[in-house]
Structure formats: structure tokens, C-alpha cells
Design a binder for this molecule. Sequence first.
Ligand SMILES: [Zn+2]
Length: 199
Amino acid sequence: MDRPRPGLNRRRFLRGTALAAVPYALLPDARAGATAQAVDYPLAEWQPANSGNYTVSNRPTTYPLDYVVIHVTQETYPNTLSIFQNPAKKVSAHYVVRSADGHVAQCVREANIAWHAGNWDYNTRSIGIEHEGWVDQPAYFTNTLYEQSARLTAAVCDTYRIPKDRAHIIGHYEVPGTDHTDPGPNWDWTRYIRLVNFA
Ligand SMILES: [Zn+2]
């Protein structure tokens, strides 16, 4: 019998132990009947974008991940998910955060390239997070939206070793060549970056 190397066995054992330690309620498929293991962020609900609205890739092998790009939808949460599911729209983001309760939907796997920044180079090197609301209506930027989004951004930064600062967590308006203004002047960057660092 061809016995596996001890090191391999040990890694398998450790992986199994780590999985067993995750409480069942925190597994994504225990919530809302989402597809098992489809999400990268355990607290997200899987709401897949149409495959015609993003580029399949194998990041961070194919491209380094250097940025998180912060967006505001200018649409409701359900309409945003519908747009990402419509192949005629040619747009997507990795995540959408709902205003009222901070609920997070994942629409594109982090390994794939979502079409959110309007700049191919930045799309290849970033995770895009949409926030339900309008740039001129600060009431949509609730405490829970900031807090849940910051937890998500912190997790993304930890995964890809992205510094938790304003040089790497940027607004759509800071992407070269864009004519978009989001998240707009009502987004509290000081508070957000602080929350990301203490999440
Ligand atoms: Zn945007």
C-alpha cells in the first residue's frame, strides 16, 4: 500500500479540525439556503451575478489584489442584485451591503474580476463593495451599514494582505479615468477606516 507522507496526513487532520470548530450557524448554507461554500465571506448570502457580467480568473495568482473599491449603488438593494443578474447590463461587484440591516450579499467570487471600477487595470486588482443608497442621501449610510461593511473590508484586507488605509481602501471616484462620484461627500471615511482597523 502506498502510504501518504506524514506531513500530508497532518495537514488533512488540521484542516478537518479547523472546519469542525466552525459553529454550524456560521456556515453559509445554514443561512437562507445559500449554495454551500459558494461565498468567500462566511457572513455573506450568495446572490450570484450573471456569468456574462464578470471575468473568470484565479486571483491572487493571476493578478495581485491591491485595493478595495467603495461604491454607492444609486439603486435599491434588490434592484442592484437584479442588475447584476441581467447579462445586458455588463456590470457587477463582489459584494452588496444592505442599508437597513447591514446584510451582505456576495455576487462574484473574489478570485474572479467583477466589472465595477470602470477601469480594467483597477478591476483586475480590486474587490468591489457596493452600499445601498444614494450619494446625496446620507440617511442610507446607517451605523450597521458602516459596521458590517467594515467587517467585510477587514476580512478582505486580511486575506490578501491589503493595508487598511486610504491608499488601498479607495472610493470609486478615485479610480483613474472614472466620471463616478461615489461614495460621495457624505461617506464618513475617517469613521470607516477606523472601523476597518478595529473590526
Ligand atoms: Zn461606483
